[in-house]
Design a protein around this ligand. Structure first.
Ligand SMILES: N[C@@H](CCC(=O)N[C@@H](CS)C(=O)NCC(=O)O)C(=O)O
Length: 291
């Protein structure tokens, strides 16, 4: 096995700011704000501060699904948080999420603003607030919780583990890629076997568990995450692909995936969403790339 030069950990770890990783500029061993910056507030009850990554689109899919069901209280402003530039370390964002990661939601519909962070917490908060996409029958509800939290526990192996070492680390370390490819393929197999039995991940109903899992594992199997579809033989996970394709056809999923998106076709990027009409008038192809 190819190995990188031998590393002997020192007695006490110290912060080497120039470790060369793709995120060296923003990764820090401490939390808290680095600068003063208030968050903007729009006119809708819900204020979302996010970016169109798999964790971000879970929430914009949910909001678009709620609006499609007719829940007017789910109207939202989606503000862009540029994590590459360190927006997540502004004082206003840290007040909304002390963990400095997108997505963060502030519900301003009541007398006191309510902040929610962690994508699954946001999905659950919205599902409970609007009584939607979360089964009420105990067994189905438990199944939905189980798969939702399966995603929260599993995705860091996919993103922070596999994705990091396969796509972003400054050198390709066989041991690390091997270890995480093995685990991520196992996770895909867990999903594939489940989806061989049920239409949606938690059973016969579409729930927040589907919204949480598809942007990560569906995208991975289809080859649109880390360019790793072929490497992980994504085509083998036929039930995952069947379910992903079904979800991607939903108009609300299509809209949700456009919000706060800063890559891909300009027509698929709606950097900020402040009105339902923005999908028709404010995508990057309409307002000019680079603006
Ligand atoms: N467990 C969190 C993970 C959120 C997360 O990792 N967000 C990433 C982008 S997908 C982020 O904001 N990274 C910025 C940073 O680490 O500084 C959730 O599900 O909300």
């Amino acid at each position: 096995m190819a190995s990188s030069s031998e590393y002997i950990p020192p007695k006490v770890w110290t912060w080497n700011k120039s470790n060369g990783g793709r995120f060296a500029k923003i990764n820090r061993p401490v939390s808290g704000p680095t600068h003063d910056k208030e968050l903007p507030i729009g006119r809708h009850p819900l204020q979302l501060y996010s970016l169109g990554t798999p964790n971000g689109v879970k929430v914009t899919i949910m909001l678009e699904e709620l609006l499609a069901l007719g829940h007017k209280g789910a109207e939202y402003d989606a503000w862009l948080i540029n994590i590459g530039e360190g927006d997540q370390f502004g004082s206003g964002f840290v007040a909304a999420n002390p963990n400095s990661k997108i997505p963060a939601l502030v519900d301003r519909s009541g007398p006191t603003p309510i902040r929610v962070f962690e994508s699954a917490a946001i999905l659950l908060y919205l599902a409970e607030k609007f009584g939607a996409f979360l089964p009420t029958e105990a067994g189905a509800r438990a199944e939905c919780f189980s798969w939702l939290f399966w995603q929260m526990g599993s995705a860091p192996y996919l993103g922070g583990g596999f994705g990091h070492f396969y796509a972003y680390a400054p050198e390709k370390i066989e041991y690390a890629i091997d270890r995480f490819a093995m685990e991520v393929k196992r996770q895909l197999d867990v999903l594939d076997r489940r989806l061989a039995q049920t239409e949606y991940i938690a059973g016969s109903a579409y729930t927040i568990a589907d919204m949480a899992i598809m942007p990560w594992y569906g995208a991975l199997a289809k080859g649109s995450l880390y360019g790793a579809g072929e490497f992980l033989s994504g085509r083998d996970y036929k039930n995952v692909l069947r379910w992903t394709d079904m979800l991607l056809e939903r108009p609300a999923v299509k809209r949700g995936r456009m919000v706060n998106r800063t890559y891909g076709e300009p027509s698929s990027q709606l950097h900020e969403r402040h009105d339902a009409g923005d999908f028709d008038t404010k995508t990057q192809d309409k307002i000019g790339a680079g603006s």
